[in-house]
Design a protein around this ligand. Structure first.
Ligand SMILES: C[C@H](O)[C@H](O)[C@@H](O)C(=O)CO
Ligand SMILES: [Mn+2]
Length: 417
C-alpha cells in the first residue's frame, strides 16, 4: 500500500470517532516550534572572548562535527529544518552575536550584531526568539547575576537583559512576528542559605528595572524561566517556580516552564491548565530530564504526549509557546534536532487525533471505565500512517528516511570540520 492508501484507511478509523484528520493536519501545519540553536554547538556561542560553559548546566559527549562558526550553525539548522515538517522558529542566545572579531561586552550588544541571523530568518521564512545569556561569563563566575549582592554586577546584567529585549523587539518588528525574549538566570547556592529572602528581593528589583525599559510589546514578549536546582545550586535557586509565577502574574509577563526544572515526580503537563486559568500565555522549554535536568533529546514518551494533549484539549495552541531545550553532544547534533522536533510535532498530531470532547464528556458523566478504555485504545490507532502522510505532504522524509540524509551530511560536511 502507498503512503496515501494507508492514510485513507487510517483516516476512516478516526472518522468513525468524528475526528476530521484533514482539519487536524491543517491545524498542525500552523503550529510553530521554537528550535533552540544551542543544540548545534553545545551552547558555545561565538563570542570573541569565550568563557567555559557555566551556570550549573552541563553538556556531555564529544560527537564530532559541531558547528564552530555562525555559517556552520545556520547550515546545520537548515539541514535539520529540511527534515522537519512545517514552518518553525529559531531560538537564539546572546552569545550567538556576530561582532566581526570585535570583543563586544554583553551589556553593549545591539540589533546590528544579529543582522545576519535576521536576514537568514527572513530568507528561510523563520521566526526568531531570543535569550540574554547570564552564564559562561566572568561576571557570573560565582553563580550569581541579577541577584548578586554587588550592585555593579547586577547593573551589568540588568543592562544586558535590557539590550536583549531591544534585540528581541528588532527581530519581532523586522519579521512582523513577535519574538519571545526569555530570561533564565543560574543564581543560587550550593548549600543551605541563611537568608532566602534578600537575594529574591534583589532579583525582583532587577527585573523591575529590566522591564521598565520601554520595548514595544507587539514585537517583543517577555518571559521568565524558573528552576528548582542546578549543579552548584542544589540547595537554593533564587528564581524558583513560585518566585516567577508570582512575578509574571503580577507584572503581566509570560512564565516559561522547562520540563527539566521541577522535582522528578512533578509534571509540567499538570501545570498547564492551572497556569492558563490565570494567564493568557505560557511558554515551554520541552526537554527530557533523566534523573536530573540532563537535557536529553525529547522522545515521544508519556509526558510529551500528555503535554500535547493538555495544549490541544484545552484549545490552547495559540496560548502556549512551544520551545525546545535539550543539548546532547554524544550523538549527531543535526539528528538530535530532527528527532526532538519531529517528536514534539508527532505528540501534537497524536493529541489532535484523540476524541478529546468525547473523553471529557465521559469524565463528566463519571464513566471512568470507558474513559480509560478509549484512552488506551487510541494509543494503538493508526497514528503512524497519518504522520507518514503528513511528512510526505510537507515534502520532508517519511519515517526514518531522514537518517540517510543526515548520515550523508555527516560524511560530506560534518566529518570535514
Ligand atoms: C541554554 C538555556 O537557556 C538554558 O538551558 C536554560 O533555558 C535552562 O533551561 C537552564 O537549565
Ligand atoms: Mn530551559
Amino acid at each position: 500500500m502507498t503512503i496515501k492508501e494507508q492514510y485513507v484507511a487510517a483516516k476512516q478509523a478516526y472518522a468513525n470517532w468524528g475526528i476530521d484528520v484533514d482539519a487536524a493536519l491543517e491545524t498542525l501545519k500552523k503550529v510553530p516550534i521554537s528550535i533552540h540553536c544551542w543544540q548545534g554547538d553545545d551552547i558555545g556561542g561565538f563570542e570573541v572572548n569565550k568563557s567555559e560553559l557555566s551556570g550549573g548546566i552541563d553538556i556531555t559527549g564529544n560527537y564530532p562535527g559541531k558547528a564552530t562558526t555562525p555559517e556552520e550553525l545556520r547550515m546545520d539548522l537548515e539541514k535539520a529544518l529540511s527534515l522537519i515538517p512545517g514552518k518553525h522558529r529559531v531560538n537564539l542566545h546572546a552569545i550567538y552575536a556576530e561582532t566581526n572579531g570585535e570583543a563586544v561586552e554583553r551589556d553593549q550588544l545591539e540589533p546590528k550584531h544579529f543582522e545576519n541571523w535576521l536576514n537568514w530568518a527572513k530568507e528561510n521564512g523563520l521566526g526568531l526568539d531570543f535569550n540574554p545569556t547570564l552564564f559562561s561569563h566572568e561576571k557570573a563566575a560565582d553563580g550569581l547575576t541579577l541577584s548578586h549582592p554587588n550592585e555593579e554586577i547586577r547593573e551589568f546584567w540588568i543592562n544586558h537583559c535590557i539590550a536583549s529585549r531591544k534585540i528581541g523587539e528588532y527581530f519581532g518588528r523586522e519579521l512582523g512576528n513577535p519574538c519571545l525574549t526569555n530570561i533564565w538566570i543560574p543564581d543560587g547556592y550550593k548549600d543551605i542559605p541563611s537568608d532566602r529572602l534578600t537575594p529574591r528581593k534583589r532579583l525582583k528589583e532587577s527585573l523591575d528595572r529590566i522591564f521598565t525599559a520601554e520595548v514595544d510589546e507587539t514585537c517583543n514578549w517577555d518571559a521568565v524561566e524558573s528552576k528548582v536546582f542546578g549543579i552548584g545550586s542544589e540547595s537554593y535557586v533564587v528564581g524558583s517556580h513560585e518566585f516567577y509565577l508570582g512575578y509574571a502574574l503580577k507584572n503581566n509577563k509570560i512564565c516559561l516552564v522547562d520540563t527539566g526544572h521541577y522535582h522528578p515526580t512533578e509534571t509540567v503537563s499538570n501545570k498547564i491548565s492551572s497556569m492558563l486559568l490565570y494567564s493568557d500565555k505560557l511558554a515551554l522549554h520541552v526537554s527530557r530530564p533523566v534523573r536530573w535536568d540532563s537535557d536529553h533529546v525529547v522522545i515521544l514518551d508519556d509526558e510529551l504526549r500528555e503535554i500535547a494533549l493538555e495544549i490541544v484539549r484545552n484549545d490552547a495552541l495559540n496560548q502556549v509557546i512551544i520551545g525546545l531545550d535539550f543539548f546532547d553532544a554524544s550523538i549527531n547534533r543535526v539528528a538530535a534536532w530532527t528527532i526532538g522536533t519531529r517528536n514534539m510535532i508527532k505528540a501534537l498530531l497524536y493529541a489532535l487525533l484523540v476524541p478529546n470532547d468525547h473523553l471529557k464528556e465521559l469524565q463528566e458523566k463519571g464513566d471512568f471505565t470507558e474513559r480509560l478504555a478509549l484512552m488506551e485504545e487510541f494509543k494503538t490507532y493508526p497514528f503512524g500512517a497519518i504522520w507518514d502522510y503528513y511528512c510526505e505532504k510537507m515534502n520532508v522524509p517519511v519515517k526514518e528516511r531522514w537518517l540517510t540524509l543526515v548520515k550523508e551530511y555527516e560524511h560530506d560536511v560534518l566529518a570535514k570540520r
